[in-house]
Design a protein around this ligand. Structure first.
Ligand code: WTA
Length: 693
């Protein structure tokens, strides 16, 4: 590929007068930056150089690198991919994408193994470097796992899976707490080319079984029990119920998180015992760049969660690069992302990004308030965490407990703070920045999605010393080209505009398809604005040209940073025999960001005084989805507001649920506008009875 490009990029960078600061934290290895972009045409099986070579946030380089990344993505991504990843076979084409068709392929012809990049490479250099710090539920009981140990565990687990017939391309569900065994399970799948789908261990048996069925998983890996916030969670029991309706599952591998013995059935295999019989070595299988790495279910605007598919090289590269530059991760740092591995944040910034960079990454098993609201900061002090990455919902909760819980602990190790998953309000941002970070650490509000694979908009990287404005994601990452669209589908030019947030050009980390339903993928993301990827979010571009996410534009809500389709909750409620129809809307909530509010229609012959209905509806949602999905409010109404074409007018319901009945907007298209007075009356009655509102 194009020596010409390499040269011109090199010249571009030289002309821009990119300077590389040297000093204690900017060691001489950073001087090699432009070489990274020159591309070394690295031959196969040659270990890549040290990963910490690109410093775009120094001098004039962010702008220059950003411009190159969007104007000449092939040169940019091609040279970085060659440099940063260990390839078994060099790729021959950087990309072959046509986003109007939802066709996305990167690094074609190349082969590599993700687990080799995340483990062997670092273990070869220094097997004793700590890969994982498992911050277990009980404070002070953390365990360090070195790269050597994680590699061995992964190999034994991979060999066990192979012995039980798991092969390349097979899907494996992982239903485990945040733990080294869960990370080894993910990497073991990656090692043999199996596809993992991690299901958040708070999901119900029915939600788990739905995902296993959709993915047609051959095996499930779980634990006997989980432990969180001092409470035991019966994971294996949930799996037992789930797999009853999953004929494709041949084995359930059960690891021991606690000493409790749980009943073992026909499908069950005691994982550690089997691993002990295996060799500590397992050759990584070279996989095509576009072979599937994992799928992760997430909510859309219909009732059925979608299995978002990510592939090997592009995902890994993007996770690693964003991990390094957004957080200014440097070798030797302890990276603390407190997300659960059941969400994409756990995939990209607990596991794949940090491990690809040879980092020490924290696995946080507990909760922000166990055993008390000082838990995060006590952990920061004890583990000397350098980057702390968490969710606004936890910050909002903690700020209510006051500053003493923070000030008690030494946070001088902190260098960067990060926020993810939902909009962060100003109060939470200021508290996180000023109280936790004492105004000394950059706080990055990072916007991205399960579908984007990694962070797409965040204040860093940027020019050295560039401003960070509170509660704003601000700047696109390399290769990401945001566009805002108006209602007619035109791209909005200029600043100080609001529109639908699209990304106009493919980047290596983006999702490739929805498992088993490529058409849904095309329809959801590429049809609404042809030629662009539509995020489902709205955004504002400020006068200065910075991006601020304004929230979802579809029927997806965000409860405590967890994405949920209102249709999923409605589907669960509609299963009640007395409930013909429901409508669920999201309304703002102080702590959770958003909460679900359910409008429920009962059958004519069901008495409103039927006292158990609320309890039954709550139990239904909890058993069909998860506890966090249970609506905070249920309002029993006679009928729902519908347009003449039969569509429920949710925006009116949202206004009512938010107590903004004075301003319901245009209701002329309603079939029978008198329904509004009916519902408002019931709402006012409900409000007067409910102490909360
Ligand atoms: C929302 C989580 C505002 C957004 C990584 C997006 C955010 C959805 C932010 C994806 C942020 C995520 N500011 N909103 N910094 N980060 N979101 O797939 O609505 O669980 O579309 O990925 O969360 O949620 P997901």
């Amino acid at each position: 590929m194009a020596a010409k490009h390499k040269t011109s990029l090199w010249h571009l960078l030289c002309r821009a007068g990119v300077s590389y600061r040297q000093g204690s934290c900017y060691s001489s290895r950073y001087v090699a930056v432009p070489k990274v972009l020159q591309g070394q045409g690295q031959s196969s099986r040659v270990p890549r150089r040290d990963t910490h070579t690109l410093r775009p946030d120094v001098g004039a380089s962010y702008r220059e690198l950003y411009d190159t990344s969007v104007q000449d993505p092939d040169t940019f991504w091609g040279s970085i991919a060659r440099d940063r990843l260990l390839w078994s076979k060099a790729f021959t084409q950087v990309q072959n994408c046509d986003i109007t068709q939802g066709r996305i392929s990167w690094f074609l012809g190349g082969q590599l193994n993700v687990s080799e990049n995340c483990l062997d490479l670092h273990a070869r250099r220094n097997a004793d470097r700590v890969a994982l710090i498992w911050e277990r539920d009980e404070p002070g009981t953390e365990l360090n796992i070195t790269y050597g140990e994680l590699l061995e565990t992964t190999c034994r687990l991979a060999n066990t899976l192979k012995r039980y017939g798991v092969q390349k391309g097979d899907r494996v569900a992982i239903y485990m707490p945040v733990s080294p065994m869960a990370v080894a399970a993910m990497l073991a799948c990656a090692r043999i080319g199996a596809v993992h789908t991690v299901v958040f261990a708070g999901f119900s048996a029915e939600a788990l079984s739905g995902r296993i069925q959709d993915a047609q998983c051959k095996a499930v890996i779980t634990c006997n029990q989980g432990v969180r916030g001092g409470r035991v969670i019966e994971l294996k029991k949930t799996v037992d119920v789930a797999v009853k309706t999953c004929p494709t599952v041949r084995q359930v591998f059960v690891a021991q998180r606690t000493d409790t013995r749980v009943p073992m059935g026909r499908l069950d295999v005691q994982l550690e015992e089997e691993m002990a019989k295996e060799s500590p070595e397992c050759k990584p299988v070279p996989l095509d760049s576009e072979d599937m790495l994992f799928m992760l279910y997430t909510s859309g605007s219909t009732g059925k969660p979608k299995g978002i598919v990510h592939t090997q090289a592009g995902y890994l590269l993007y996770a690693a690069l964003t991990h390094q530059y957004v957080f200014n991760y440097q070798q030797g740092d302890v990276f603390g992302c407190v997300a659960d591995i059941g969400w994409v944040t756990g995939h990209s910034y607990v596991v794949y990004g940090p491990l690809c960079n040879g980092a020490t990454t924290v696995l946080f098993e507990s909760t922000p308030i166990y055993p008390d609201p000082g838990r995060y900061w006590e952990t920061v002090q004890r583990l000397r965490i350098n980057q702390f990455y968490g969710a606004p919902t936890a910050i909002r909760l903690l700020l209510k407990y006051g500053e003493d819980w923070v000030n008690k602990y030494d946070r001088s190790s902190l260098k960067t703070l990060g926020s993810v998953g939902e909009p962060i309000n100003h109060e939470a941002w200021e508290w996180f920045y000023n109280v936790v970070g004492e105004g000394k650490c950059p706080l990055v509000d990072t916007w991205w999605q399960t579908e984007t694979g990694g962070i797409c908009i965040s204040p860093r990287p940027s020019e050295e010393g560039a401003e960070i404005l509170p509660a704003m994601a601000m700047r696109p990452f390399f290769g990401v080209q945001p566009a805002l669209m108006d209602e007619e589908g035109n791209t909005l030019a200029g600043n100080d505009v609001n529109g639908a947030l699209c990304l106009s050009q493919p980047w290596p980390g983006m999702a490739r398809t929805i498992y088993g339903d490529h058409q849904r993928f095309v329809d959801a993301y590429f049809k609404p604005y042809p030629g662009h990827y539509f995020t489902g979010d709205g955004a504002y571009r400020s006068k200065e040209g910075y991006y601020q996410i304004t929230g979802r534009m579809d029927d997806v809500i965000n409860i405590s940073g967890h994405r949920l389709g209102t249709a999923e909750i409605e589907d669960a409620l509609d299963e009640h025999p007395d409930v013909p129809e429901t409508a669920v809307v999201g309304i703002p909530h102080d702590l959770k960001g958003e909460a679900a509010f359910a409008f429920v229609v009962l059958k004519d012959n069901v008495s409103l005084s039927h006292s158990n209905i609320h309890k039954e509806l709550k139990a239904l949602v909890s058993s069909k989805i998860a506890k966090y999905a249970v609506p905070d409010d249920f309002l029993i109404v006679k009928r729902l507001p519908k347009t003449r074409s039969g569509k429920i007018m949710r925006r009116v319901l949202r206004k009512i649920a938010m107590d903004q009945t004075g301003d319901l907007g245009d209701v002329t298209t309603l079939d029978d506008p008198s329904v509004i007075t009916e519902i408002v009356d019931v709402y006012n009655q409900y409000k007067s009875l409910s102490p909360k509102s």
